[in-house]
Design a protein around this ligand. Sequence first.
Ligand code: HSE
Length: 427
Amino acid sequence: MNKKVISVGLIGYGTVGRGVVKILEENQKIAFRKVGKPIKIKSICDLKPIDKTELYVNNFKSIIKDPEIDLIVELIGGYEPARTIILEALKAGKNVVTANKAVLAKYWDQIFTAAQNCQKSIYYEASVGGVIPVVQGLSEGLASEEILEIKGILNGTTNFILTEMTQNGVSYQDALKSAQNAGFAEADPSFDVNGIDTANKLAILSSLAWGGWVKVKDISTKGISDLKIDDVLIAKKFGYDIKLIGSAQKTKDGLDLSVQPCLVHHDNAFATVEKEYNAVMITGKDSGDVLFYGKGAGQQPAASAVVSDIINLSKFIVTNTAGIVPDVIYDKRKKIKILPSGRSKSPYYLRFKVSDKPGVLAKISGILGKYKVSIASLSQPNADDSEAQIVIITHDTLKENFEKALKQIDATKSIVKSKTVKIKIEN
Ligand code: HSE
């Protein structure tokens, strides 16, 4: 390539976009050393009015059409027009960098089919785990591996909230507000707290690992918005923290996919992951466990990952080889078998609110036994005169059996006073 400069068009000038401009400017020398040419942002636009920089253009279409631009960075987030921008950019012969997990998870098939057809590259490291190089780790570092399992704390906002609640006794609402002020949360924070953001990221890693398209709708997803401080505190006494865990496990009957709050024992590596940090454990057949850890949210970590993508992709742009070999092998004929969520097995934490009367415990254990739910331990914290709480830790249980048992228990008003709390225990 005879061009003197790699020209970048930036679409999206919010928190991460501004960070990208700053880091690229400050780290010009580092980028030059790696690429052998300077990398310059030629044009910037956003959907909202912005404090205009000299690079400002008022329409993303003019950036896509600009023949001088080699690489388009999409940082506007959401589904549309992000999807259109990515597809149009590829069609126009541009390579793309994006941090947009929602659009990738939802349109994985369209986007990577288009990239293959157009022989262009899409890099998306910042879409999962902020600055953690987990996409590169999975696609390159572990390229030879048969992946058996991916498990992780993939959302900085929820991890920040849970850390604040557990360690500092901060209320859920106040912790969420701090996460928003720090720039960790999504524009609509319900995506964070309802587990959707984690499911998007898990879908991306799983699609990459297993070479098909794992859809968000196939991931049984529960967030942290219903979590009670009582359970956080009881769990702590039992030696556990509660973490929002995304998990994809290969089983002989299909992929076992879930996002849910889990009790994680203090000895487990995930228990040490605090605040906006994320961690992902990838288990390969030959590699065994490989743990990735780092800041999962925030302007600088996300922008750093985007700039690393720009630099890495520029190396291929310079040699005119970007996208010749697809970065993501997406074969639409490959169907990924999904394990029905009821067939998933694990131990559970159960908290029953019951009347403090003789025979209640016998009834609960009787129903659990009928559905083959085996009790590992039992305690009765914070009992008062009229009401009692029973906390049960089960052995490994088939989810569908366990759901049936709880349905029967919760329907029996002579046993329980409110809906039973159930939280998976991470092995
Ligand atoms: N809202 C996301 C999080 C941002 O909290 O992890 C990074 O993807």
